[in-house]
Write a protein that binds this ligand. Structure first.
Ligand SMILES: Nc1ncnc2c1ncn2[C@@H]1O[C@H](COP(=O)(O)OP(=O)(O)OP(=O)(O)O)[C@@H](O)[C@H]1O
Ligand SMILES: [Mg+2]
Length: 290
């Protein structure tokens, strides 16, 4: 059924790999335009497979995918892929040209842009990802972290409306990590629809508003970031954990040091929470001195 409110609609999706591994089992979910989602789950949960299905790189055995209100099939996938971009978990799957410039130009070239527009887009994407100095370098000679940024550049040059990022932060040094966060935040503010697949829950707070928890090829729950990332029992059951910050406050509660049902997961939340704790302690001390 067509629903104008959703940019992605997935219904009863099932996918088995050729060796019969059941990677996606009857999965259904919807994504609104401008929504930013963390797709979390342990190794082998099915996150990358789900992305490959959304891109039409794999064909499901059953179920439907609608993107931009169009059913994804053999006929429509070329048009849909002009507006949705996926950055692969392994950048070696994404980089194949003799030079970085050619790799980043490949997408805009296929979209039919003229030379000037292609050059403009390539330069912009290389500038955003801070790779301008490697324009003529062979991508396979870049370091792994640089390849991750290069893979992102090949997608940004196409200006997608939906961005699927598969473990974008793995192997990045602290500077590149912060830089990538800034890039993603900028796109989030520009109302791009964003899904970040990861098992590293520490990267998600601030970047996404909601989470989909997957395990064993199934969607266990979709909900607000906070509701999912502070649910200790749910996460533990599915081989995941809270972000380190939330875990710290959870442990303090378990050890009866603080009494709270609120577990901050961002630095700002933690600062506010500690400030309120210190203030209430200060007030208690003042009262007891009266
Ligand atoms: N090419 C393949 N052939 C057969 N089975 C596969 C193939 N690729 C993945 N699988 C299996 O499909 C399941 C889901 O794998 P997938 O790569 O989607 O998980 P993931 O959630 O992305 O894991 P990770 O966190 O390790 O990246 C796993 O059981 C995996 O072994
Ligand atoms: Mg994966």
């Amino acid at each position: 059924m067509k629903n104008e409110n959703y940019i992605i609609e997935v219904e009863n999706l099932t996918y088995f790999y050729p060796d019969k591994t059941p990677a996606i089992k009857n999965v259904s979910f919807n994504v609104r335009k401008g929504e930013s989602i963390g797709l979390i789950g342990p190794n082998g949960a099915g996150k990358s497979t789900l992305f490959l299905l959304l891109m039409g790189f794999l064909k499901p055995q059953s179920g439907t995918i609608r993107i931009f209100n169009q059913e994804l099939n053999k006929k429509s996938k070329k048009e849909i892929r002009k507006r949705i971009g996926m950055v692969f978990q392994d950048p070696n799957d994404q980089l194949f040209s003799p030079s970085l410039w050619e790799d980043v130009a490949f997408g805009p070239f296929n979209l039919g842009y003229n030379k000037e527009e292609i050059a403009k887009r390539v330069n912009k994407a290389l500038n955003i990802t801070d790779l301008e100095r490697y324009t003529d370098k062979a991508p396979h000679h870049l370091s792994f972290g640089e390849k991750k940024r290069a893979a992102l550049a090949t997608i940004l040059s196409m200006d997608p409306e939906i961005l699927l990022l598969d473990e974008p932060f793995s192997n990045l040094d602290p500077d590149s990590y912060i830089h990538l966060r800034e890039i993603i935040l900028k796109y989030k503010k520009a109302n791009l629809t964003l899904i970040i697949a990861t098992h590293d829950v520490d990267v998600l707070p601030d970047l996404v508003d909601s989470c989909i928890l997957m395990n064993n090829g199934q969607i266990i729950r979709k909900g607000e970031l906070h509701d999912i990332l502070t649910n200790h029992t749910l996460l533990k059951t599915h081989k995941m954990r809270m972000p380190v910050l939330g875990q710290l406050f959870f442990n303090l509660k378990i050890h009866n040091i603080i009494n709270t049902e609120m577990f901050p997961v961002t630095l700002t939340e933690a600062e506010k929470f500690i400030e309120s704790l210190l203030k209430s302690k200060d007030n208690t001390r003042k009262m007891s001195n009266c």
